[in-house]
Structures are given as structure tokens and as C-alpha cells.
Design a binder for this molecule. Structure first.
Ligand code: HPA
Ligand SMILES: [Zn+2]
Length: 330
């Protein structure tokens, strides 16, 4: 059994495997512009973040009903459980669905049909994080927060994703303030393709408690010192970084240097159906490509629970942390 871990950077729409995409397309009478799963898989060669996002948004056309979102989430949870995931904080992109005429209730209640029973069915505790698309307007983000108000009992926090460069965190100051006033936790993608200044701005202006990716912090020594001092977690996604060309090859990933610097790093899968693996695959890949010791792997697993939003259930967090310490590597 793989080491117990939490997954903190996972876009549920990015878990849509080609087989499920075609099954849902058939169920909903949606035409996909690919002959079959093999032809679709051939499209999974990305130049950068935007070239991935184009396909990611295109394939979402098959997600229409509560049952579709339920099936999507159950498929992810089953795969994650097999790779040692015990807790998952799951992103979703409501604007991408609202724009297609799928309402907030369908998305949230559909996901909840899987998440509500996940501890029983998959042995995974879950939280939901609603992301705003940063290449959409600030007004659109605020309208989305408004549309989510009837569902806030299901939503733990907010995030910020999609095309990063040219859409700095400050654009979303007001909606983050409004979300904080509603008691929502705050994270944001920053420093994936965007500069280190976006990470600083996400901390200063948006008040984020955790940074998604944060890879480019390594270009700013003062920022690294601050992230270490304030124990700000980073949710790294190594296989994603290779597929979207944020790093050339996995062997050159800065994860070891980041751990050596004392950063609170976690390893996650981002969009596992597109990037060649789930979170356990990411652990295995960094272990072999970067030669991480078992102590480092245990540290990554421990960090995932430390960085999780389990403040509402410290007993559960303590149980997971004890499982990490008791784990014996083979
Ligand atoms: O890796 C990502 N980066 C930004 N936005 C995203 N939306 C889904 N995946 C990603
Ligand atoms: Zn992401």
C-alpha cells in the first residue's frame, strides 16, 4: 500500500479520463471532435498552460447532469484511494459550467453525491474549493460567489486558476475580501507560469493561506525566506510541470532544492487524466527521477496533512499524521 497522503491540488474536471468522456458524450448526445479515445489521447501534447486549457475546457462539454459530476468524482476518488489518498481538497471551476448553461446546483450537488459518502465508500475525507477563472472578469468572479451562496455549507474555500500571465492576483482583491468575510479559506494558483511577484501579491492582497504551484518563488530569495518563515504551504505538481513545460525534464525539477530551503512543499497531481498520473504516480516519479530519500517522501506525506484545511477536525488530522509516521516503506 502506498504511503497515506492528502491531495490538495486537484481539479476535478482534470480527472476526466478519455473513456469516461466518451461514455458521458454518448449518454448526453454530445458530439466530440475526436474519433475515439486513442485519437483524443494523441491531443495530449501540450506546449504550455494555454494549449492544455483549450482541451480541458472543450472536453467539459460532456458534463451536463448531477449524475455526470457524481460519476466523475467517484472515478477520481476510487483511483486516488488506490494510490494512498486519505484526504482530498478538490477544486472545481463553476464558471466553465455556468457558461454552458449548467447551473451551480447541478455542479455542487452532483459532486456532493460522491463526496458526501466518500469516507464510507472510498475511505477519503474531502473538502471542496471553488476556483475563479482569472482570465474572466472580476465582476464574473463576484457573480459566481453570489451564485454559490446557497451552497456554502458544501464549500470550504476559494481558489484562482486558468491562464495566469496578464491576470495578476490584484484583479480579484474584492472577491477575495468578500469570500473571507463569508468565512471561506483562500488559496490561489501563483508562480506556475507567472512571475514571483504574483506569489507575493497573492499573499499580500488576497490573503492566501496556501499557494498553488508557487514554483517560481525560487527566483526570489526574499520571497523564499518569507514562505519558510510563515510556513506557507506550496502545492507542487511535478508531472504537470513537465507536461506544461514549466520545467524541461523531471530530473531538473526544483523540488529537492525547495525542500532543502525549508519550504513546506506538497506533491499533487493537478489534472491527472491529462498529465500522465495520479498523486501516487507523482510520488513515484519524483522518487525515481530526483532520488528522494524515504525520509523526504515521508516529509512530503506529512506536509500534505499539515497543509490541509483540517482545522475543523484536528482529531482526524492527528490520526492521518500517525498513519504517516507508522508507515513502513518497502
Ligand atoms: O494547472 C493549471 N493551472 C491553471 N489553471 C488550471 N486549471 C486546471 N488546471 C490548471
Ligand atoms: Zn492547478
Amino acid at each position: 500500500m502506498p504511503i497515506p497522503k492528502a491531495e490538495l491540488h486537484l481539479h476535478i474536471e482534470g480527472t476526466l479520463e478519455p473513456e469516461l468522456a466518451f461514455a458521458l458524450a454518448a449518454r448526453n448526445g454530445v458530439e466530440l471532435p475526436y474519433a475515439d479515445t486513442e485519437a483524443l489521447r494523441k491531443a495530449y501534447l501540450f506546449e504550455d498552460l494555454q494549449s492544455f486549457l483549450n482541451l480541458y475546457y472543450e472536453l467539459m462539454a460532456v458534463l451536463r447532469t448531477e449524475r455526470d459530476f457524481e460519476d466523475l468524482a467517484n472515478a477520481y476518488l476510487a483511483r486516488a484511494a488506490a494510490q494512498g489518498v486519505r484526504h482530498a481538497e478538490i477544486f472545481f471551476d463553476p464558471q466553465a459550467h455556468l457558461a454552458r448553461g449548467v447551473d451551480m446546483g447541478t455542479v455542487v450537488e452532483g459532486l456532493w453525491r460522491a463526496l458526501g459518502d466518500s469516507e464510507t465508500n472510498h475511505g477519503i475525507s474531502t473538502r471542496l474549493i471553488m476556483c475563479f477563472l482569472r482570465d474572466e472578469s472580476a465582476d464574473s468572479a463576484m457573480e459566481t460567489l453570489e451564485a454559490a451562496k446557497p451552497y456554502l455549507h458544501r464549500i470550504t474555500g476559494i481558489g484562482l486558476d486558468s491562464a495566469e500571465v496578464g491576470h495578476p492576483p490584484v484583479k480579484f482583491r474584492e472577491v477575495y475580501e468578500a469570500a473571507a468575510a463569508l468565512g471561506l479559506r483562500r488559496v490561489a494558483h501563483a508562480g506556475e507560469e507567472g512571475p514571483p511577484a504574483y506569489i507575493t501579491e497573492a499573499l499580500d492582497v488576497l490573503g492566501v493561506e496556501r499557494v498553488d504551484h508557487g514554483l517560481r518563488c525560487m527566483e526570489d530569495a526574499d520571497l523564499v525566506a518569507r514562505l519558510v518563515r510563515d510556513r506557507i504551504p506550496l502545492t507542487l505538481c511535478p508531472l504537470s510541470n513537465v507536461r506544461l513545460r514549466a520545467v524541461d525534464v523531471l530530473a531538473e525539477h526544483p523540488l529537492p532544492a525547495m525542500l532543502d530551503a525549508g519550504l513546506l512543499c506538497t506533491v499533487n497531481s493537478d489534472d491527472p487524466a491529462y498529465f500522465g498520473g495520479y498523486v501516487g504516480d507523482n510520488f513515484d516519479a519524483v522518487r525515481s527521477a530526483l532520488g528522494l530519500s524515504v525520509d523526504r517522501l515521508r516529509e512530503l506525506a506529512r506536509n500534505s496533512f499539515v497543509a490541509s484545511f483540517l482545522e475543523d477536525d484536528e482529531e482526524l488530522r492527528a490520526r492521518y499524521l500517525a498513519e504517516v509516521e507508522a508507515y513502513e516503506f518497502s
